[in-house]
Write a protein that binds this ligand. Structure first.
Ligand code: DI6
Ligand code: FE
Length: 450
């Protein structure tokens, strides 16, 4: 039985770290605190089992046993079997880490969240348990609108603080890249504020944040009965926010309770003139033909997709759009209609997974839990699930420099107290992530602040 990870990490270049039980919080603290490489230096990470997810490695998960990784600054210089390490790379490193046989994966990517908002919707959850439907609550002016009111009322520092706490939890579970959508401000001023908070998170925490403008998320009360006027406003705000450097992509909610394909098209046309990629909340509660529309605009991804038709699958395959599946929302809304997994596989549409963290339909703060739910609820394989939060999630964000472990990629990776990558989908409710490395630097563990 492989149990190499039970050994405490060692730093060859310095004195051994304080040895405490490897499963205790103290051990995690000691490991994380002792492992930051010199910025810009070269470091060697060895005695590990690496799930590279490279297509070129002819093993499930692109697995390399007894692997070595050479990190140079923020990037990987070399990844392979230890015996194949070129002589010239073996020397000249400023630090060497013995990982004691631990599992290494790419840093995880949560490619769909609505993480900046005020308040909670726990009372709405209670209403739904008593029989009210998500759509009925939304139509009665609750739902997204109640979070919009709480977000507008929240002080900016409180928005930042609550978003920081959520993000820290994700980071400690191995998330090194995070997408955050606006969509709870729904006015120029408040959408800007939410996007600024998302940018501020990336200044304060060691992970990449990609922002998505989701002005077309719901109709704010001041535009009641005037959805087309609201879309005019969204189309006018977008260039302003884009020029302020706040927008990496554009999304919309195409649904009976939100916006029609014709309205979404208008937003996407503005995105196109600005050269911004689009994504879409499509076919979550009904089939609106949203995925085909998004595909027409070369969407990076279409997300949710429970009601996606075969034509929609074909359109996505043709456009190379990623299917972002969100089992947290499926579970929390007690949906029964499954996304068309077999058709997505058959047409070669890459599948990603994300938390969809939001206060209404998916108050989920564990990406690993999504791996498990994708396997149990959607019947993904554990390997598909891991690809879904690495390689395919990177593609859903238009990022080609991460998501697998290979020379030239960013040195974003996680060290796990696990033997095999299938355990990432297997364990529920216990974080086995020992160390998170972002751009070649080990992230020191930090207490969650809220
Ligand atoms: N679909 C979702 O699941 C979230 N937004 C969306 O367009 C839900 C947002 C909420 O209920 O607050
Ligand atoms: Fe969402």
């Amino acid at each position: 039985m492989r149990c190499g990870w039970r050994r405490q990490y060692e730093r060859r270049a310095g004195p051994p770290q304080a040895s405490s039980h490897p499963l205790g919080g103290q051990a995690q603290r000691a490991v994380g605190a002792g492992m930051s490489a010199a910025p810009g230096g070269r470091s060697l990470w060895q005695n590990c089992r690496v799930a590279t997810l490279q297509a070129g490695v002819n093993q499930p998960y692109g697995l390399i046993d007894d692997a070595t990784m050479v990190v140079d600054g923020a990037h990987l210089l070399w990844v392979g079997a230890r015996h194949a390490l070129p002589e010239e790379l073996a020397g000249g490193t400023s630090q060497s880490h013995d990982l004691g046989g631990a599992l290494v994966t790419p840093g995880l990517i949560d490619c769909h969240t609505h993480l900046v908002y005020g308040g909670t919707r726990a009372s709405e959850f209670e209403q739904r348990l008593q029989g009210a439907s998500y759509e009925a609550i939304a139509k009665a002016g609750g739902g997204i609108r109640s979070t919009v009111a709480a977000t507008r009322a929240a002080r900016t520092d409180m928005l930042l603080r609550s978003a920081m706490a959520r993000t820290q939890g994700l980071l400690q579970e191995g998330v090194t890249t995070l997408e955050i959508k606006s969509g709870y401000g729904l006015s120029l001023e408040h959408e800007r504020r939410c996007l600024q908070v998302a940018r501020a998170l990336a200044q304060r925490l060691p992970l990449t944040v990609r922002t998505t403008f989701l002005g077309a998320h719901a109709l704010p009360p001041e535009f009641e009965g005037r959805a087309d006027d609201y879309i005019d406003a969204v189309c006018a705000w977008l260039p302003t926010l884009a020029h302020e450097g706040l927008v990496d992509a554009v999304d919309a909610f195409c649904e009976r309770i939100a916006f029609s394909p014709a309205q979404v098209r208008r937003v996407f046309e503005v995105a196109r003139t600005l050269g911004l990629p689009v994504k879409l909340h499509a076919e979550q509660l009904s089939d609106q033909g949203g995925a085909a529309l998004a595909a027409e605009f070369g969407a990076l991804s279409c997300d949710h997709l429970e009601y996606l038709s075969e034509d929609g699958v074909r359109a996505m395959a043709g456009a190379g759009s990623v299917a972002v599946l969100l089992p947290g929302a499926f579970y929390f809304l007690r949906e029964t209609k499954l996304p068309p997994i077999a058709a997505l596989r058959q047409h070669g549409v890459p599948m990603a997974l994300a938390t969809d963290h939001n206060p209404g339909s998916s108050p989920v703060l564990s990406l690993l839990l999504m791996l498990n739910m994708a396997c149990t609820l959607f019947r993904l394989t554990p390997e598909e699930a891991l690809r879904a939060v690495t390689v395919h999630a990177a593609r859903a964000l238009g990022l080609s420099d991460r998501g697998m472990l290979a020379a030239g990629q960013r040195a974003d990776f996680c060290v796990w107290a696990l033997d095999h990558p299938n355990e990432l989908s297997y364990w529920l409710g216990r974080n086995r992530c020992q160390t998170v490395v972002v751009a070649g630097q080990a992230v020191p563990p930090s207490p969650i602040t809220n």
